[in-house]
Write a protein that binds this ligand. Sequence first.
Ligand code: ATP
Ligand code: MG
Length: 576
Amino acid sequence: MTRWNEFYVHTTREVPSDAEVISHQLMVRAGMIKKLAAGIYTYLPFGWRSIAKMAAIVRREMDAAGAVELSMPAIQPAELWQESGRWQRYGRELLRMQDRHDRDFCFGPTHEEVITDLVRRDVRSYRQLPFNLYQIQTKFRDEIRPRFGLMRGREFLMKDAYSFGATEAQLDEAYEAMRRAYCAIFEACGLEYTMVEADTGTIGGSSSHEFMVVAQTGESAVVSCGCGYGANIEKAESRLPAVPVPATEPGARRTVPTPGHSSVPDVAAFLGVPATRIVKTLLYETEKEFVAALVRGDREINEVKLQNALGCDHLALASEEKVERLTGAAVGFAGPLGLPAEVRLIADESVRELRGFVCGANESDAHLVDLVWGRDLSLPPVADLLLVAGGDPCPRCGEPLQLSRGIEVGHIFKLGTKYSEAMRCHFTDEHGAELPMIMGCYGLGIGRTVAAAIEQNHDADGIIWPLPLAPFEVLLMTINATDEATRKAADELHAALVARGIEVLYDDRDERPGVKFKDADLLGIPVRVVVGGKSLAAGQVEVSRRRDRVKEAVPVTAGLEAVLARLAAEGRRLPG
Ligand code: ATP
Ligand code: MG
């Protein structure tokens, strides 16, 4: 029995100024969430019902896949993070705190350390493996830019699962079970999604995939191809076609003045050479060293690939001041020839085949031309550092890649022995040998998925809930709530629906119909029944679906069946 006035739902017309994306705007306007501080939200009753439905779908599929639920603490002791090495490495996203005894703790952004500590104290033998443990729990990450409401919060709900096995085959099996469970979850939510290859980062690990809900406003760029290849842009590969090299042998290397021309397009225009014959040099600083990364002038560096190739924890473009010190020139004139020995050189594949190319001279207002690898300078170590662009050839089939945007809602990862080795989470195999357990981890954003569902299902007037995530299945509303006959008919229909196990929000407010219809559209509950006014006088109620708004007047006595039919059309299975 849920009457509007007893339910605490407060809609608003006002769009908060920080709500850039539609799901954030609609969640605030529909009274689903309320901001307490940046990236920290109260889930209001209407929002919480949807979150609870999401969590229930996740639980059902995780349980079906053989994972077992537990719940770990949110506050974690620093010692575990020191053991894994992440106390240093995790950076400022980790919210650190001290207790009254000055002991260090953090609010868990993830739970590899805690679960590994748990398992190493309980499990000894290969006979106790494999298993997969999961929880649905509050995480905190001090995101540099919390935004988009629940999509990138600082405090947020995540389902995280961790598998432990004795063999690679057991890891593969757990991973495959999670992959299938994730597909089942996002299908059950009625979402349009894709699975793409993801970067495994400096953690190593052999395999990782992300689940992306397709959306224009997504923060992740993904490439895909008709052949089935799909990857996050951080991971995406391509086979770039080589650019033609000049037919004649390039002349001797020369320094040419390029006053005020530092960007690639400027230099290309000024010297009359294509951007594809310029080598762009970018100076980075890591925790260990300075790095000069080279890429063909028309292309960009993928910093995730660069970081992996260097094996560093932190990577950022060097400051203007440092660039000037290292190159002895203004910013924009860096080149691979003549940098101080402290700068490590690394090149993208795209520069390997260039001959007679142009690069910065490490001298203000000057470039070097007609450079040849091996003749004028040696080719630095080469790696794939390329940021793939839409239209680049697919690494599998060569067809042009499609670039699109998505919201990362889930992430599965073969961790291997990274944590079990660092934290000595060992077992004895059948021959008595002591080995580190082989782990996988599997994350899924609960709030982010609900937000993504709204991102995919809305119109100008409000949310259009996919039934499985809808806070209620039916919105029953009266026109003229004070009219005795209206109230009686609506109360009876309400009771009949509730008796059939249907989740009804009953808008019996004494408000103008215009206000109630606007709210109904905003809230987006899949099926609507309107009782009162002229149709009731004619012995009828009006039933419609939020998705297509096609209204049908049915006799009051047929109201229940008409609603059930609409729900069934939305995929609801009804008992009996
Ligand atoms: P992102 O690249 O978006 O920051 P991540 O790679 O840090 O995500 P994971 O550590 O893999 O995310 O976390 C697992 C899942 O948790 C993500 O797939 C996402 O659904 C969810 N998630 C991560 N960060 C947030 C956040 N700040 N707010 C809401 N959900 C989040
Ligand atoms: Mg993150």
